[in-house]
Design a protein around this ligand. Structure first.
Ligand code: GLP
Length: 246
């Protein structure tokens, strides 16, 4: 575990974008695991800026997203397909056929879980996986539970996640109740994990996840067992992680 301390959201975004950029420079055909939520928006903006300046080239890169809501089509403004187009893919030269997300419209959920798991495997695994952190400790949409789910699966969102994500929808009633997500094994098989955190409302859960006990009640705590995790946070989000403890 490595902790990278940033001053504020902009600095955190830039430092995280630097890690992603380094990955693409070292391995132009890298498989990137990508995340949504409000935290990565600044990271994508920074990468787009560097792309527009000619500093980074995504033409050989591949992306696989962590998760997608069940029942939302790619052109629904709150689908993660739409998010990725809006903030990232439509601004860079990644090839559309190299970008992958779970298909939220597939009615046969078991078939879709198997398809997405096999797809990730066929790509040779994920070189760098970008993660955000839910307020309840979720990663992707792996919600607090009494067990860890290994592979791509469908989750029923917790009330706290529905409440946290309703700001993007008209109301809590409009938030889909289920989502596809990479499972914990899928996540742990990534060669490198970069978790980005920002804001004081994340400080408590960052401490629980990285200094607390490893438990499926806080899914992110399992990252303590991964050999190559970089936690990039601003001063507020890392305020409960004393210097030198990780
Ligand atoms: C959603 C996503 C997660 C993300 C989380 C945190 O629930 N499925 O992948 O990490 O939100 O979002 P934010 O960065 O907005 O706090």
């Amino acid at each position: 575990m490595r902790v990278i301390r940033a001053r504020d959201y902009k600095d955190m975004s830039r430092k995280t974008a630097n890690l992603i950029s380094a990955q693409i420079i070292l391995k132009p055909n890298a498989v990137l695991g990508l995340a949504t939520g409000s935290t990565p928006i600044g990271i994508y903006r920074q990468l787009v800026d560097w792309y527009q300046k000619g500093d980074i080239d995504f033409s050989d890169s591949v992306s696989v997203n962590l998760d997608e809501y069940c029942g939302l089509s790619a052109n629904h403004p709150e689908s993660y397909h739409y998010f990725m187009q809006k903030y990232f893919f439509s601004h860079i030269n990644i090839q559309p056929q190299h970008t992958f997300l779970p298909n939220g419209m597939e009615k046969n959920t078991q078939k879709e879980c198997t398809r997405y798991s096999m797809l990730i495997r066929s790509l040779g695994g994920i070189d760098l996986l970008l993660l955000g952190l839910g307020h309840n400790g979720h990663i992707g949409f792996n919600e607090p539970s009494d067990h860890f789910s290994a592979d791509v699966h469908v989750v029923t969102l917790t009330e706290s996640t529905i409440q946290a994500n309703k700001r993007f929808f008209g109301s809590a009633d409009d938030v889909p109740r289920q989502a596809y997500t990479m499972g914990i094994r899928t996540i742990l098989q990534a060669k490198r994990i970069v978790m980005a955190v920002s804001g004081k409302e994340k400080a408590f859960i960052v401490r629980e996840a990285f200094l607390g006990k490893i438990t499926p009640a806080i899914p992110a705590s399992i990252l303590q067992l991964h050999p190559d995790v970089w936690l990039v946070g601003d001063a507020e989000a890392l305020s409960e992680i004393p210097e030198g403890t990780l």
